[in-house]
Design a protein around this ligand. Structure first.
Ligand code: 13P
Ligand code: SF4
Length: 365
């Protein structure tokens, strides 16, 4: 039987530098049994302890490939769920703070997606006409829904390819929860804005007429990321006026107007790679989460690259920031003492169906 876990209250007030030492000590003791995965948005004082870093897609591959006993996930809840689904039954996935969620993922839930599916069934057979596509930023039961209904998962780095696959299966796509990623990816495939309609999940029939639904190619769930919606086209305009040689790069969770006004659009991994590969002395305006932008701004100073954050306001993923050095220390020291705290475990039947949708994605990516 597992010994009783050490309470988090004992860790809340430990200073960051002390946590840093204790984290490294715990890593050393746990050795190869432990792997710490970190998303690029993670705060610097957590990110520095990671063994593996990446965007959502890369982290999913890494979680599927590691043979460590413990996967401590410094990211948000849906990422840890994906790690649990793709790792073996014996491996244990831990999210150091259960409050690290994703507000966009919370904008879709199974009851509302099932209601949309039933509404669509009043017009045509969704099983024959619609591929459900869920952004990886969603709960495991929505991935399971996609697995069960011939659908698939996508991330911000493969959404275009996934849409192509989806249209090979059926003529329409129901894309949730991020309307912006869906719209931008559809646009890049040559689908007109008129053929992409917003499905308002609080309205009967998504707030659309049967005619609008019949003529649409993509039904875009009315979800968004509260961090990325802060970036505005006028931020880009101001930058271009001040720095005509500057380059603009954005995450596809930004609005269509921001993506259209950018020179490059792509996932966090793509953003890092594009700036890494750029010439020395270039100046960048970056439209994504603040922790990532601040970190690369520091890193690229040595190459004389100037990196600016797109918004004058602070746009942080506050839920990602819930994973702090204190919670990481707590989770690791419990492991050292043979106790497992904050395990993420997707129910087996749900995990099997979700895995189907994730594996379809991994095969295509
Ligand atoms: P990435 O696919 O770039 O990791 O993005 C995930 C995310 O949540 C961005 O807000
Ligand atoms: Fe979710 Fe937005 Fe945070 Fe990404 S930045 S994890 S989409 S809330």
């Amino acid at each position: 039987m597992q010994a009783e876990a050490i309470n988090f209250e004992n860790f809340d007030h430990i200073q960051d530098e002390v946590c840093a030492q204790r984290i490294e000590t715990a890593k050393h003791i746990l050795g190869k049994r432990l792997v710490i995965l970190s998303h690029h948005y993670q705060r610097a004082d957590v990110y520095r302890h990671a063994n593996l870093t990446g965007d959502s897609l890369k982290l999913a591959y890494q979680a599927a490939q590691t043979d460590a006993d413990y996967l401590v996930f410094c990211g948000v809840h849906f990422m840890a769920e994906v790690a649990d689904i793709l790792s073996s039954d014996e491996q244990i996935v831990i999210l150091p703070d259960m409050a690290a969620g994703c507000s966009m993922a919370d904008m879709a839930n199974l009851a509302k997606v099932e209601r949309a599916w039933r509404d669509l069934a009043e017009i045509f057979s969704p099983e024959e006409n619609v591929t459900p596509v869920t952004y990886i930023n969603s709960a495991a039961d929505l991935k399971a829904f996609c697995g069960e209904h011939g659908g698939i998962v996508c991330t911000s780095s493969n959404a275009g390819k996934i849409l192509e696959w989806s249209f090979q299966q059926r003529e329409k796509v129901l894309f949730f929860p991020d309307q912006h990623l869906g719209r931008w990816s559809g646009h890049k495939l040559g689908i007109s804005l008129d053929e992409m309609v917003v499905w308002d999940f609080d309205e009967p029939m998504g707030g659309l007429t049967p005619e609008q639904i019949k003529q649409a190619k993509i039904l875009l769930w009315k979800g968004h990321c509260s961090v990325h919606q802060m970036f505005q086209p006028q931020h880009i305009l101001r930058f271009r006026n001040q720095h005509p040689d500057g380059i603009v790069i954005s995450h596809p969770e930004c609005s269509f107007e921001v993506c259209s006004a950018s020179d490059y659009v792509g996932s966090t991994e793509y953003i890092i790679k594009t700036i890494t590969d750029a010439k020395e002395g270039t100046r960048w305006l970056v439209g994504t989460e603040l922790n990532l932008v601040s970190r690369i701004a520091e890193e690229f100073k040595a190459q004389n690259k100037i990196i600016q954050f797109m918004s004058p306001l602070v746009c942080m993923c506050s839920t990602m920031a819930r994973i702090d050095p204190q919670h990481l220390t707590w989770a690791l020291e419990n492991l050292v003492n043979g106790r497992i705290v904050n395990r993420i475990q997707v129910p087996k039947d749900e995990a099997e169906l979700a895995k189907l949708a994730l594996e379809r994605m991994l095969a295509i990516s």
